[in-house]
Design a protein around this ligand. Sequence first.
Ligand code: ZN
Length: 278
Amino acid sequence: MHIQQLRNATMVLEYAGNRWLVDPMLCRARTLPPFRLSGRRRRNPTVELPSNTDEALAKVTSLLVTHEHPDHFDSAGVRFAIERSLPVYTNRVDAAHLRGRGLDVRLLEELGAPFTVEVVRSEHGRGAIGWIMGPVCGYVLSHPDEPTVYLTGDSILTDAVLDAIDRHEPAVIVAPAGAANFGVGGDILFSVDELVTMARRSKATLVCNHLEALDHCPTTREGLRERFEREGLGDRVCIPEDGERVAFEHAKSRPSPSAPRPDTARAGMQKWITSLLA
Ligand SMILES: [Zn+2]
């Protein structure tokens, strides 16, 4: 398994012969509005894609979308999928709306053997803000020849996230680490404290992205690295720079997870309102 970080949550996941472009936000810098509602507001994304993006995009075989927000699937990402006739793997919550955009949408959970996929419900904030952001999904992906990887999607720390970590014991957890906040209300992504909790809860390498690309994500790579070093967890975190490609080895034996909790989440109207920004 290789992960090439591109920008924010956008990365290429090379996994058992697939090269998934995950959560593509492919627009030029400063072409989206500020996400912060107060304080230091800047247009997004605040940085361009890295110089090796075209080379990385040339090799992708499909897309993988955790949720339809503009920083995870923007109109440039939609155009890329359509122009290249690439299938878009996603979850039941987002599939119907994405099909309406003319995309070849498939459910990741129906990937079939030898892959095993569990869709894990994520919470993109607490209370009213979490409701406005709508349901979000994470994915635990396993294959006999690859390390088990858990892509949490945009989330705060919840029992469902901890439960997925406990049951699957993933070797790699990809987590959004920018501690995003609109300047109004609580955080809508894991805080640094929550990332430390996740690292202590598991033996996984925590791959942190969703950093230094959006105006409402204050956490820096340097600050995050320093905190993990201070906690004695420096060897458990991987914070790739944009453009960097990282390899992960397959551990020979892995546990069989117990049954998942039932998930009855349905996309609400509010999600399509936030997705219209894309
Ligand atoms: Zn996001």
